[in-house]
Design a binder for this molecule. Structure first.
Ligand code: ATP
Ligand code: MG
Length: 560
């Protein structure tokens, strides 16, 4: 059963437990999202960690919705979370909800009151907060702390029955108002909320707090290792205190262990902040391709494998850090390089006329779909007298390092012929509108002739003008100009939004693109990876640029 080295520190903990009194069949994990938004790339790390442990140790992993705050939770988010985890390729053992345990949690809470370990506090939340004290000063005990058990029991029941208004009372654990750990100073276990819950409807008027819910849910499900992010480290003492109150020694006792949150540069990974981007219309929705959500990345053209590889490569850590987004982009490039068929599309067209090519002639030339994958086969692309090339691929004059088309020089057109630029036509402003070229009929790619094997420095992609398929292309850039938009004390993250994160253009594609379906991904040769967006219609295909072929920001960062 033991996993081979190298182990991460969580796996070391598990291996040590397996050497101690845990048996392999005791192992059980969970991924516990709150359904108050869509999953993001930070969650992907937690998903890959928990489900990865499940795969390594052949142990069940539950999907548990931490749904204790009816004000913010919705079925839409539950559905999206399930869709995203499945898309990543993981299977949960059981779908559970903290709300499944509301009755059990309530019964336990009643027992705590009876045991003198919990009481109803009828002060305002403001007063309760004031009495908490500071880390260096003990808190003040509530005047209700020693209220008779029967009184607390009666009030708690009235709270449950909806007879008490929101904010009128809370149930608090009676622990230690002088504890060095502020969380142990009589934490709130329940509050009154007269809100509709996405699953329990209006059945419950009191809702348990995170700390009271989480460990007890782990205990109910017999989760062996409850892994959460580092900010919960101080909660561990409370997690254990709550477990002590209900723990039966014949059962497995869950343990909470903490790992570092993963942050990504040039974005925010917090559902609350992502919600703000959605609500303020900065993006078109949770699955806007600029969002760091799983569904946004999916729509952008990321593959499940690329996200899993990314999570795997950054691993599990004990210290928080920011991972540069270029690392995520590297992973998707690497994966798509293997999978994505190559096609030719011109984003910024310049017309080329081949003066010695017959006007009424057209040829269908053989093009390899993927040099990285022979099994991907070939396709045919049409060639004719008038073509489009990329504007930036032509200059009237240029130095020796410019290996693209310039007057008097030759280049190869990918999968086609060698051409030479002879003259240009310009508009009134002096911009080149047409380049007149001649082609070498003997130089056809793959024809085996001597001319076809002649070495020329540059190879350009192109599209036959007559056959070109106009498509909409959405070019995305980073959503924030700053690497750490939420790392500033005086400035709100919203102040760093990149105003140029989306550019929409019409491009000209080879006709084979007409047969692609939503979510198909291709490489536009020399440009990058692009995927078909769901906004595509019969009349017009829409492509999202997943990532350019090269990291243009790396250059920028260096020159800055
Ligand atoms: P958010 O602030 O985005 O709402 P959260 O931690 O409140 O994040 P949950 O739905 O409670 O979101 O998270 C589910 C699980 O995912 C938790 O175990 C949490 O610790 C983990 N998680 C959330 N964000 C990250 C992150 N950036 N890196 C690693 N794990 C994360
Ligand atoms: Mg949260």
């Amino acid at each position: 059963m033991a996993k081979e080295e190298p182990l991460n520190f969580i796996e070391h903990i598990i291996e040590d437990d397996l050497k101690g009194n845990y048996s392999p069949s005791d192992l059980r994990f969970r991924f516990p999202p709150e359904p108050n938004g869509y999953l993001h790339i930070g969650h992907a790390s937690s998903i890959c960690l928990n489900f990865g442990l499940g795969e390594t140790y052949n142990a069940p992993v539950n999907l548990r919705f931490d749904d204790t705050n009816p004000a913010k939770e919705e079925q839409e988010f539950v559905d999206a979370i399930k869709r995203d985890i499945s898309w990543l390729g993981f299977e949960w053992a059981e779908e559970r909800y903290a709300s499944d345990y509301f009755q059990q949690l309530y019964d336990w809470a009643v027992q705590l009151i009876k045991d003198g370990k919990a009481y109803v506090d009828s002060q305002t939340s403001i007063l309760i907060a004031e009495q908490k004290g500071t880390p260096n000063e003990p808190g003040v005990e509530s005047p209700f702390r020693n209220r008779p058990v029967v009184e607390s029991l009666a009030l708690f029941e009235q709270m449950k029955n909806g007879e008490e208004g929101e904010g009128s009372h809370v149930l608090r654990a009676k622990i230690d108002m002088a504890s060095g750990n502020m969380l142990m100073r009589d934490p709130v276990m329940y509050r009154v909320l007269h809100k509709h819950h996405h699953r329990t409807g209006t059945d419950w008027k009191i809702f348990p707090m995170y700390d009271w819910t989480h460990g007890e849910s782990d205990y109910i499900e017999q989760v062996s290792h409850s892994l959460c992010t580092l900010e919960f480290l101080p909660h561990r003492e409370l997690y254990d205190w709550f477990l002590d109150q209900v723990y039966d020694a014949s059962k497995l006792r869950p343990k909470q262990r903490e790992f570092a949150r993963r942050n990504l540069s040039h974005t925010v990974v917090s559902k609350r902040k992502l919600l703000k981007l959605v609500e303020e219309g900065v993006v078109s929705g949770w699955d806007d391709p600029r969002m760091p959500t799983i569904s946004g990345l999916r729509r952008r053209g990321y593959t499940p494998q690329s996200i899993r590889n990314f999570a795997e490569s950054i691993g599990v850590g004990k210290r928080e850090n920011i991972i540069d987004v270029s690392h995520l982009e590297f992973n998707v490039r690497e994966d798509l390089n293997k999978r994505a068929p190559r096609v030719m599309t011109v984003l910024d067209p310049l017309k080329v006329v081949i003066t010695n090519y017959p006007e009424d002639k057209e040829e269908w030339l053989v093009a390899e779909n993927n040099p990285e994958d022979v099994s991907a086969g070939d396709r045919e692309v049409p060639f004719s007298r008038e073509l489009y090339i990329e504007k930036e691929d032509f200059r009237e004059e240029a130095n020796r390092k410019f290996f693209r088309l310039k007057l008097g020089k030759e280049v190869r057109l990918k999968n086609a012929y060698i051409i030479q630029a002879d003259s240009v036509e310009k508009d009134a402003d002096g911009n080149v509108t047409t380049v007149y070229c001649t082609y070498d009929e003997e130089s056809k790619s793959g024809s085996g002739t001597e001319a076809s094997q002649r070495k020329v420095k540059g190879t350009l992609h192109w599209v036959s003008a007559k056959h070109a398929l106009p498509v909409e292309v959405r070019l995305y850039d980073r959503l924030f100009t700053e690497p750490a938009p939420d790392g500033h004390k005086e400035k709100d993250f919203m102040e760093f939004i990149n105003p140029n994160s989306l550019e929409v253009i019409t491009a000209y594609a080879e006709p084979s693109l007409a047969s692609l379906n939503v979510e198909d991904t291709v490489q536009f040769q020399r440009l990058g990876y692009f995927t078909v967006d769901k906004d595509s219609s019969e009349a017009k295909k829409v492509f999202n640029r997943t990532v350019p072929l090269r990291d243009s920001w790396a250059k920028l960062d260096k020159t800055n």
